[in-house]
Ligand binder design. Structure first.
Ligand code: PLP
Length: 396
């Protein structure tokens, strides 16, 4: 069947200037990884975030940044993390791989993210770290969450994969916690040719480890080399972390992607503002349809990476809506973020128990609309008119 509006995996189209910047890096970068474009992107990103120079590190994707942050937590056997069950799987499994046991926190039904209260309900004496996910592009209540984590002496990690350039009173998503990660995947508001990520590490002692962890453990030799080729290459001698050997990875982002990432920082506020303006117009135009409950935020706290709603009339009505939108109107809405405790994978690992009624209720009734930045006004108007028609037809 013909799909008129697809749920595209691509969020943005590049401008001629951005394409020229990629071509310039393709022609001139030497080497093609770990060079001046990476340094420039990391510096510009740190300045954009309002965090110190030397605290931001590009990675091959957001998942790699999470793997590194999990490694830096240095979990001991029995350590728990508190994490929302309503998130993308990559928010969680890197921590399990490094030995942590996940305890699921619930979300707020209206904002779809965790709160200090829902986190507190899941924290125990075994909790070592808290992972906050700014899902859908909405920045969670970080001032309260920071206070909670400080009181309890917990490591706070922000998964800001979807929330680039959102802020509360000018303070950026991914600048509140001890660590934060960003994704520049194809679907995100800022993408570096499909894959890319960034890790922020607040503690300078831990930050110093990241270049080595990220790039095969390479370190300079601690002694003067008699000849530049002796012994050879770089040393491999990662410092230990509280007595535990750290294993290296190779998670570097290439120079061309870094050049583009730095360039895209000039446009991200405009992209976010345009998405927000369109999202609010769509939401407001559906005000007479309480069957769909959106999350309306008219501030830089939401970048509307995704445009999601909850069907207040229940999950059968949600499925009927999805079916009619697709088969009658050719619009492919999707359902996202199966609560992780409901996946076979997490159940097999023994993490199937959760007290997260809001996460379950939201997932069972949610609809995510196609909402790429490059959607035409015609397509958006068609999606709005179709949504109204389908909702009216379901009223019977
Ligand atoms: C909430 C969340 N966390 C983590 C990731 C992982 O990022 P990446 O796809 O860049 O590895 C994503 C994106 O896919 C995400 O949406």
């Amino acid at each position: 069947m013909e799909c008129k509006i697809n749920f595209s995996g691509r969020s943005i189209r590049y401008t001629e200037e951005e394409i020229a910047c990629v071509v310039e890096a393709m022609q001139n970068a030497e080497p093609l990884t770990q060079g001046k474009y990476m340094q420039a992107f990391e510096s510009k990103f740190a300045a954009f975030q309002g965090v110190p120079e030397g605290s931001c590190f590009t990675t091959i994707n957001g998942c790699a940044a999470l793997e590194l942050s999990a490694q830096l937590c240095n979990f001991a056997p029995g350590d728990n993390i508190v994490i929302p069950s309503h998130t993308f799987t990559a928010s969680c499994y890197p921590f399990i791989k490094k030995g942590a046991v996940p305890v699921w926190a619930d979300i707020d039904l209206d904002t779809r993210v965790v709160t200090a209260k829902t986190l507190e309900a899941a924290i125990t004496e075994k909790t070592k770290a808290v992972i906050v996910v700014h899902l859908y592009g909405y920045l969670a209540d970080m001032p309260e969450i920071v206070e909670l984590c400080r009181e309890r002496n917990l490591i706070l990690i922000e998964d800001a994969a979807q929330a680039i350039a959102t802020s509360i009173d000018g303070k950026m998503a991914g600048s509140f916690g001890d660590m934060a990660i960003f994704s520049f995947h194809s679907h995100k508001n800022l993408t570096t040719l499909g894959e890319g990520g960034m890790l922020y590490v607040k503690d300078p002692k831990l930050a110093k480890l990241v270049p080595m962890l990220r790039h095969n453990g390479h370190t300079p030799y601690s002694f003067p080399q008699s000849e530049y080729w002796k012994p050879a290459m770089g040393n491999v001698d990662l410092p230990s972390l509280d007595g535990k050997i750290l294993f290296p990875n190779n998670m570097c982002l290439g120079e061309v992607e870094c050049a583009l990432g730095a360039k895209m920082l000039d446009r991200i506020d405009t992209i976010n503002a345009q998405k927000r303006e369109r999202a609010l117009a769509f939401i407001d135009a559906l005000a007479e349809y309480p069957e769909l409950a959106f999350h309306r935020v008219d501030s830089p706290r939401h970048n509307y990476h995704l445009l999601a709603a909850r069907m207040t009339t229940g999950s059968a009505a949600r499925d009927a809506f999805m079916r009619k939108m697709y088969y009658d109107k050719g619009i492919r809405c999707v359902v996202q973020y199966i609560p992780l405790h409901r996946y076979d994978f997490y159940q097999k690992l023994g993490f199937g128990d959760a007290q997260t009624p809001n996460a379950d209720a939201f997932f069972d009734t949610m609809v995510s609309f196609p909402f790429q930045h490059w959607m035409s006004d015609t397509d958006l108007a068609y999606m709005l008119a179709s949504t109204k028609e389908v909702l009216e037809s379901l009223r019977g």
